[in-house]
Structure formats: structure tokens, C-alpha cells
Design a protein around this ligand. Structure first.
Ligand SMILES: *[C@@H]1O[C@H](CO)[C@@H](O)[C@H](O)[C@H]1NC(C)=O
Ligand SMILES: *[C@@H]1O[C@H](CO)[C@@H](O)[C@H](O)[C@H]1NC(C)=O
Ligand SMILES: *[C@@H]1O[C@H](CO)[C@@H](O)[C@H](O)[C@H]1NC(C)=O
Ligand SMILES: *[C@@H]1O[C@H](CO)[C@@H](O)[C@H](O)[C@H]1NC(C)=O
Ligand SMILES: *[C@@H]1O[C@H](CO)[C@@H](O)[C@H](O)[C@H]1NC(C)=O
Ligand SMILES: *[C@@H]1O[C@H](CO)[C@@H](O)[C@H](O)[C@H]1NC(C)=O
Length: 362
């Protein structure tokens, strides 16, 4: 594979003041070439009526077939430019993958007085190197076709390539993949294909049994119609939540968060996701039996998409997905909803993650 690195020193004095440790960070653009087969995604989204019809299809009790026609194609080679933030100088590297209707800002909020929610600052203080990135089609990464490119197995290859790139860029000797929500599935799938030293998953139960309230509650709208100024460059297959309250229902649990943080999450950190992503995940996903690294699953108890609003007693099933992992630890009851890092319990959750990694020698 081809890698090139173009680094731009991170110069925003505001952010450096707000987050002193950010001075160890650079915002970079990483061109990556991958080869991956594609699904033929058949759902046609032109407007909000279509978005509502897709919502109905994906949340029906008797679940209609996924909007996929035929088999996977032969591998298609593509080059994408990934917007990433690379931080630190530690010999253990954490690679962070965000969820849907999110961006890499999830890991490092650019909000006043938000250091308690800043995973990257906490990780740098704990001595790690960190790579966070926007998925293809999201934020600072290149816009891609919502049907053809933004697919789960393509994004898994992108993560594999970014991890290799970041290992070289930091000279790291240990690597952990840290994923949230859809990014947790990507992290697990990447660890299923490549050797890493640890995997940490949140917003994840390994089950889609309780997915319907998320699909329905998120109130998907076509991004380019919702905010033409911000998302007019994306095709109509990119969707966002209708408003801050729809997003709060799926991602936050009262009274365990600050409303100003949910407002920031919706208005600033939130980015559209592509219609190719969930069907390709659902069509690909079965188990992660090739993962041998130790796995931590750390959950807000009141997670809607992973657990239908209550994770207690549900994570035993998730353990079974990692049949060959050296160790699977689960935490199912932190006082939070889906966006664990953006709840008041975040510092405690971060410490649990670092303690787990340290115990694994990472
Ligand atoms: C919803 O599913 C029906 C089949 O039950 C299909 O005809 C229709 O195109 C689907 N709509 C969308 C927007 O995917
Ligand atoms: C994708 O599926 C649609 C509907 O079945 C079909 O018309 C189209 O030819 C397929 N495209 C490819 C590239 O297979
Ligand atoms: C900063 O945020 C914390 C919660 O994270 C809050 O307790 C504190 O009052 C806030 N301080 C200011 C000056 O807003
Ligand atoms: C990585 O190691 C190489 C060769 O030893 C060295 O030139 C480079 O400066 C190191 N990079 C970092 C980020 O430490
Ligand atoms: C299983 O993982 C190893 C690395 O740990 C990798 O070399 C191998 O190709 C993977 N096997 C499959 C079938 O993905
Ligand atoms: C993980 O690897 C196992 C064993 O090779 C395979 O059966 C499974 O389909 C893989 N999972 C994914 C999501 O690729």
C-alpha cells in the first residue's frame, strides 16, 4: 500500500490554551489506498420522505431484507484522503474510531471547559501516543459516495492502513484499537484481520436485537437539505438527526450529562453518516473469533442503540463473539447513555480504560 504524510503543525492558540497537551498534536491529511469488495446498496435516498421510508424498513419488527442486491463485487481499489490528528510520543499507540452521526471531535471536544470529557488529553497525560481520524465521507476526510464507498469492509481496510501508518509515524511498539459505536464494530473487525495488543469498545453490545429504538429515535434527515451550507457538498445518501432532541434521545441519558455538551455534540461534533454503512455492517458481521488480543467492553448502562436503554445482563452475549480472545472484560453499568465520553462519568471511564491497558502491558 501507498502511504504519504503531509503534516501541518497545529497552530490554533485557542485550543492550545484550552488543552495544553494538544501542543503535542498535529492535524494531518493521510492519503491511503485500499482494495476492498463492495456491496450493491440499492436504497435510493433523494429527500426526507425516503429517509423516513428507510427508517421504517430498518426498524420493522419483521425486518425487511437489507437494501443490498446480489453478491459482493470483486475488490475495488480506491485512494482516500483521511483527516487525522496524531498526538504524543508514547511507545504505546491508541487508534480511535468514532461512531455514526459523530466525528473525531468526539474524542477531544473543542468546547469551553470540557477537559473532563477529553479522552485525548487524558490519554496523553497517561503517556500514550494517539491517532484519531474522521471516517471517509466525514468532517476533514475526503467526501465519498454514500452507497459505493462508505461501506463497513472498506472502512475496516482504511482503519488497518491507518494503524500501520501511525505505528510507523510514532515508532510505537504496542497498539490498541479504541472504538465507539459503529467505530467499535470497525475496531473489532480490524483486530479480527490484523494483530494488535488490545481492543477497547464502547457503545457496543455486539447485538442488534435492540437497534430499532435507535433507528426510529434518531429521526434521520437528508444532511444536504438539513444544512446546505455545511453539507451541501455531500450526496443525498448522507443522513443526520433532525434536531438536538432526537440526537439526545439516542446518545445521552439524563441526568448524567450537561445539556450544553449535548448541544455541542449536535451542533459541532455531529457529522452525517452514509446509507451504505449500516447495511454493509449488518451483512458482514457474524463473530470476531479471530481476535486474540484482550478486549474491554465498557458501557454506559442506559445505551439505546446497543442495549435498548439498559445494558445490565446483556454483555454476556458480547463475550461469546470473541471466542479466542485472551481475555474479555465487561463493564455494563456506568451512569451514562451511548456517548459515554460526553457524560459526567467520563474521567472514571477513561481511568478504567487506562488501567485495563496497563494491565495488558499496553
Ligand atoms: C423499503 O423496503 C421496501 C421493500 O419492503 C422497498 O421497496 C423500498 O424501496 C425500501 N425503501 C427504502 C427507502 O429503502
Ligand atoms: C445493483 O442492483 C440493482 C437492483 O437489483 C441493479 O439494477 C444494478 O444493476 C446493480 N448494480 C450492480 C453494479 O451490480
Ligand atoms: C466546568 O465544568 C464542570 C463540569 O465539567 C463544572 O462543574 C464547572 O462548574 C464548570 N466551570 C465553569 C467555570 O463553567
Ligand atoms: C522513529 O525512529 C526513527 C529511526 O530510529 C527516527 O529517525 C525517528 O525520528 C523516530 N520517530 C519518532 C516519532 O520518534
Ligand atoms: C487472523 O488474524 C491474524 C493476525 O492476528 C491474521 O494474520 C490472519 O490473516 C487472520 N485470519 C483471517 C481469516 O482473517
Ligand atoms: C472474524 O474472523 C472469523 C474467523 O476467521 C470469521 O469467521 C469472521 O467472519 C470474521 N468476522 C468479521 C466481522 O469479519
Amino acid at each position: 500500500m501507498l502511504y504519504q504524510l503531509i503534516a501541518f503543525v497545529f497552530l490554533s492558540s485557542n485550543l492550545i490554551q484550552a488543552h495544553p497537551t494538544r501542543s503535542k498534536c498535529e492535524d494531518i491529511q493521510i492519503p491511503i489506498t485500499i482494495s476492498s469488495p463492495r456491496f450493491n446498496i440499492t436504497t435510493s435516498i433523494e429527500n426526507d420522505w425516503d429517509a423516513v421510508a428507510l427508517t421504517f424498513n430498518l426498524s420493522r419488527r419483521d425486518s425487511v431484507p437489507l437494501p443490498i442486491s446480489g453478491a459482493l463485487s470483486d475488490p475495488v481499489t480506491s485512494t482516500y484522503t483521511i483527516g487525522a490528528t496524531l498526538c504524543g510520543g508514547g511507545s504505546s499507540l491508541l487508534v480511535l474510531t468514532h461512531g455514526i452521526i459523530e466525528s473525531k471531535k468526539y474524542w477531544s471536544p473543542d468546547l469551553e471547559n470540557s477537559s473532563a470529557y477529553n479522552f485525548i488529553s487524558a490519554a496523553l497525560n497517561a503517556g500514550y501516543s494517539v491517532l484519531s481520524y474522521d471516517r471517509i465521507g466525514v468532517g476533514t476526510s475526503s467526501p465519498v459516495d454514500s452507497h459505493h464507498d462508505a461501506q463497513f469492509q472498506v472502512e475496516t481496510q482504511v482503519l488497518n492502513a491507518l494503524t500501520t501508518h501511525a505505528r510507523h509515524a510514532t515508532n510505537a511498539t504496542k497498539t490498541a484499537l479504541i472504538g465507539h459505536s459503529y467505530g467499535a464494530y470497525l475496531s473489532a473487525a480490524s483486530a479480527n484481520l490484523t494483530s494488535v495488543d488490545a481492543v477497547v469498545l464502547s457503545g457496543f453490545s455486539g447485538s442488534f436485537a435492540n437497534f430499532a429504538p435507535f433507528v426510529a429515535g434518531a429521526s434521520w434527515r437528508v444532511a444536504k437539505l438539513q444544512d446546505p451550507e455545511r453539507w451541501g457538498h455531500l450526496d443525498a445518501g448522507y443522513l443526520v438527526s433532525a434536531d438536538v432532541f432526537a440526537e439526545t434521545y439516542v446518545y445521552f441519558a439524563a441526568p448524567y450529562f450537561e445539556q450544553r455538551v449535548a448541544e455541542w455534540s449536535y451542533a459541532v461534533s455531529g457529522e452525517p453518516f452514509a446509507v451504505g454503512e449500516l447495511p454493509s455492517l449488518l451483512a458482514t458481521y457474524d463473530n470476531f473469533d479471530n481476535v486474540t488480543a484482550p478486549v474491554l467492553i465498557v458501557q454506559g448502562q442506559f445505551d439505546v442503540s446497543a442495549c435498548g436503554g439498559d445494558c445490565v445482563g446483556l454483555l454476556g452475549e458480547a463475550r461469546k463473539l470473541f471466542g479466542r480472545a485472551r481475555l474479555v472484560e465487561t463493564v455494563e453499568d456506568l451512569p451514562a447513555g451511548h456517548n459515554l465520553n460526553l457524560h459526567k462519568v467520563a474521567p472514571k471511564a477513561f481511568q478504567m480504560i487506562f488501567d485495563f491497558l496497563a494491565a495488558q502491558g499496553v
